[in-house]
Design a binder for this molecule. Structure first.
Ligand SMILES: Nc1ncnc2c1ncn2[C@@H]1O[C@H](COP(=O)(O)OP(=O)(O)O)[C@@H](O)[C@H]1O
Ligand SMILES: [Mg+2]
Length: 468
């Protein structure tokens, strides 16, 4: 069952390529955002830190360095409401004066700028989300902490975390959606080529791939493929024509040669020479057989015979064939069993259908060992189509050769010592195809089972009553 389009698109090369590009663009965006963030943060921190530093210097220069003096300076600053944060901690860590209590573990490190928020346990005014400052140790053992409001830093963090999510999410969504649509349109074109190729392989050499007229690389590829198919079709027709012409034109001289050999044989009194003539006649007969099989194949492949199709009851036909070949098989110590349901109507050409069964039954007799059974069955399958099976107990055909043996002149190595031309099954396949019948091989453990399944309906029906 074909996978749904969405799955095929997701697994396609085009989508994977788009995904890679998306991931690389996403990484690029992350790196650029990180650089911008770092630059902005450094600038803001630099401004805050220099304000803190100059305030520190001011307080230290205004006072003589005694605890009382510094306390007074801080009081002054608090009264001026400079907007800065101060804390003077005694050697025990107790807050002596200031507007922010950073006593305790908050400012463990001296001489480093640090950003502190309520999350660090600070009690800050509502409009302040963070402060940034530094603590220094005074000569008398006190710690002086000065900080600046650092709301910008928090705002920057918040802005960046949101925009980062939006940026990366946006790139991923847009990239993947773009990739999906690109993959889907590429897949459609590839599938048009695939389905046309399958039809061509199935024998429709006239099939061409549709262009969409956009002139893109797919269209250019399709134009080249179609031109190649035109060329192949012409070459195939030439080959077929030549082989038909040869078969046809050589038949008359070969027939004359055969007559001459017959005459010469009659005229020779020497039995050894007569045997040589017999051998030569046999060879000529075999060549004539090949030529007539090839001409028949060519004729069948034009499919023009369909116009003469009639309703044929396969039941008596298969019965009669079983009877006829029982004698042939018995001479070879092989036993034919026939099991036929009646009636079994198919639409077709009686003579060709007979030829088709003869070729398969002859193979079964030829390739199965003496003393073994050959079973011919014909029945109506559950779908209402006629099924015919010929099963033998010979060496069978390996699965890998099932398709190949239907081609012309293909003979398996194991049967090279048997008489034959390799055209029998090619003819069988052509006749089955003409009748719309499926042919399949299966293992008979041991042996070969050849199964024909005719369609339930046939559009070429002229006579719908099955004549017994
Ligand atoms: N019943 C069978 N059992 C084993 N091999 C078979 C059987 N029928 C056909 N084959 C193999 O398929 C080949 C092609 O068969 P066919 O076209 O009838 O040619 P031919 O019988 O002239 O060799 C045979 O040469 C043989 O190798
Ligand atoms: Mg054969």
């Amino acid at each position: 069952m074909p996978k749904p389009m969405i799955l095929r698109a997701l697994r396609s090369k085009a989508f994977q390529l788009a995904l890679q590009t998306t991931i690389i663009s996403g990484l690029g965006a992350v790196i650029i955002s990180a650089v911008i963030y770092y630059a902005a943060e450094t600038t803001i921190k630099g401004q805050l830190d220099s304000a803190v530093k100059s305030e520190q210097a001011e307080i230290m220069s205004d006072s003589s360095g005694t605890e009382a003096d510094i306390e007074a300076s801080i009081h002054d600053e608090l009264n001026d409401s400079s907007g800065l944060f101060y804390a003077l901690l005694g050697p025990s860590g107790k807050l002596l004066v200031g507007n922010v209590d950073v006593s305790g573990a908050l400012i463990k490190k001296l001489n480093v700028y640090k950003t502190l928020t309520v999350r660090n346990g600070l009690n800050l005014p509502a409009h302040v989300s963070a402060i940034r400052g530094m603590a220094i140790k005074l000569d008398n053992g006190d710690v002086l902490y000065i900080a600046e409001k650092a709301n910008e830093l928090m705002a920057l963090n918040e802005f960046y975390s949101y925009s980062f999510l939006i940026l990366v999410g946006g790139i991923l969504v847009i990239g993947m959606a773009g990739g999906f649509f690109a993959a889907r349109s590429a897949l459609r074109r590839v599938e048009a080529i695939t389905s046309a190729s399958q039809e061509i392989m199935a024998g429709n050499l006239a099939r061409r791939i549709d262009e969409d007229g956009s002139g893109d690389e797919f269209d250019r590829l399709i134009i080249s493929l179609n031109m190649m198919l035109d060329r192949i079709q012409v070459l195939m027709q030439n080959v077929q024509q030549v082989s038909n012409d040869i078969s046809h034109d050589l038949r008359s001289p070969l027939a004359r040669l055969r007559d001459s050999l017959e005459d010469s044989k009659l005229m020779t009194p020497d039995p050894a020479t007569g045997a040589c003539f017999d051998e030569a006649i046999e060879q000529v007969d075999s060549v004539l057989g090949i030529f007539s099989a090839m001409l028949r194949l060519a004729e069948i492949e034009t499919q023009s015979m369909r116009t003469h199709f009639l309703s044929v009851d396969m039941a008596p036909l298969v019965e009669d064939m079983g009877e006829t070949f029982k004698v042939v098989a018995a001479a070879d110590h092989k036993i034919i069993h026939t099991q036929v349901e009646a009636p079994l109507c198919v639409t077709g050409d009686r003579e060709l259908l007979e030829q088709m069964l003869v070729n398969v039954i002859e193979n079964a007799i030829l390739y199965s060992p003496p003393g073994k059974d050959i079973v011919i069955r014909a029945w109506l399958n559950t779908a209402g189509g006629v099924a015919i099976e010929i099963a033998d107990r010979g060496p069978g055909i390996p699965v890998s050769e099932h398709k190949r043996v239907l081609q012309r002149f293909v003979r398996l190595d194991a049967s090279r010592h048997n008489p034959g031309t390799g055209l029998g099954l090619a003819l069988v396949a052509a006749i089955a195809d003409l009748h719309g019948a499926a042919i399949s091989f299966a293992d008979n453990h041991p042996g070969l089972r050849v199964l024909f399944q005719f369609p339930t309906t046939n559009t070429a029906i002229r006579d719908t009553t099955c004549k017994a």
